[in-house]
Design a protein around this ligand. Sequence first.
Ligand code: ATP
Length: 571
Amino acid sequence: MKKILEYIKPLYLRMLIGFLIKLAGTVMDLAIPWILAHMIDEVVPTGDRGAIFLWGIAMAACAVIALLGNVIANRRASAVSRDATRRIRHDLYEKIEHLSARQLDEVTIPSLISRLTTDTYHVNQTLGRIQRLGVRAPILLVGGIFVTMFLDIRLSLVLLATIPFLAAGVILISGKGITLYASVQQNVDGMIRTVRDSVTGIRVIRALSKGDYECARFQKDSERLSNSQIHADTVMAATDPMMQLVLNLGLTAVVVCGAYWVNQGVTKPGSIIAFLTYFTIILNAMMSVNKMFVMLSQATASANRIAEVMNLPEERPAGASIESPIKEGVVFDDVCFSYAQPANGYTLEHISFHLKKGQVLGVIGATGSGKTTLIQLLQRFYPVDSGAIYIEGKNINAMEEEKLHSLFGVAFQSDSFFIGTIYDNIDIGRGLPEEDILRAARCAQAEPFILDTEEGYRHPVHAKAANLSGGQKQRLLIARALAGKPNILILDDSSSALDYQTDAALRNAIRREYPDITVILVAQRVSSVRNADQILVLDEGRVAGLGFHEELMETCSLYQQIAKIQTGGEE
Ligand SMILES: Nc1ncnc2c1ncn2[C@@H]1O[C@H](COP(=O)(O)OP(=O)(O)OP(=O)(O)O)[C@@H](O)[C@H]1O
């Protein structure tokens, strides 16, 4: 909550003005029953029509001012909570953008989505409500009690006796609400995770006839969420009836005592009528305060979840000062890395190689051998546990993140497409020169299929590029990676859907059109890497071989095995 208060601080003045307007409106609301009692008990018995008319006008004026004050203040409250939430959402999004891959793994993407959406929504709603009712309800409550005391001290003491019971109940229950609503939000995370998995993998799910299984999984998450929501709401809902009961008992006592005192002539009937009106005002104010506490419990749970992400430390990798004696290309110097605890074994172990500028490195190995991890380390998505990675002699830890990432053009196995044209999907908002885009598309062997369409480069791409084949998508991704003319091109198994001929044409075109680009080519097929200047063979995170094709065919048994399986022994 402390973090959220930082966002409200600059809005204090605006809130204060809103509060003052609200205060004026609320005081007018409180004045109306008082004027009513005064008219019945003091003015009407005199029979002075002029005075009755004037007091009537005063009542109407109070009602109009109360209405205007409340409307204006409510509008201001919405504007303030909208502005505060917009800034919170913006900063949270920016923070998420800069989280390290390890932090993303820890918090998880679905949880970040719900923090950015439902949690900020709860904060927004509560900020608005607190401003709308935070002044009005307590003033109505305290003011109502104060005026009733002024009207009749004995009757108001009967009413006051109920307040401590009510306050204790509200405080107890709303404290529990924070824990309950935090658990609801955790279940929202779980449901988003399941929906995300099912939607992104819907084709695979259908192909494997796993629809029923996924439905059951969703049902389970949905039930868990409903149950936690029902449990939280049931506990929190207990406060309203409890308050009504206590207040109604108080009211009964007031009416009984009031009737007795009127008979004795110590209380006037007008006071009893005004007292009952104030009683309704106090009851409603109590209910509003209670609702505010319920919302506050929910918003506190959400605010804590938002602050948890915002307070995550910036992970700045260590060991940035050391420079490599090799001043060009990419150098991996005895790199070890593990996603979890190194004590449980490394994912990549003692990886060393030097890739000269303009050279091609092929990376091959069984699934799970660490090929993608190696690429992630090069882009500093995770910090290495030991050893160092250098680009042009500079430790990547010493580079500004933006500068480091601007060196790469990356095509992953599956990457995102957005609704737009083919041209837009290659450019992705970088505003690149048209000739660079056309050249990249040509080189990626994408142009023939693009020109085959009626609209050419303006051909529409549907959501998730559902109207393109796997090979066409891969070619567009490669074109996207090339179009920015990067220093280092990373192709992570991104030509697996291409036929052998297109794959070979692609590699030749890259060499011909972009001779200075250093290429790292992760592949499953020996044919994709055989012409590389160096081939790194990975086996369970260790280097099983490093050299060019013919060399490895002589020295590396794992490489020989892979080649033999893929070529049917022709090699
Ligand atoms: N974010 C992660 N957190 C924990 N472990 C991970 C993570 N990503 C990968 N791993 C593990 O690290 C190992 C290497 O994975 P990696 O993706 O680098 O293999 P790969 O050779 O690229 O596999 P593939 O050819 O199937 O893509 C695997 O055992 C994998 O389970």
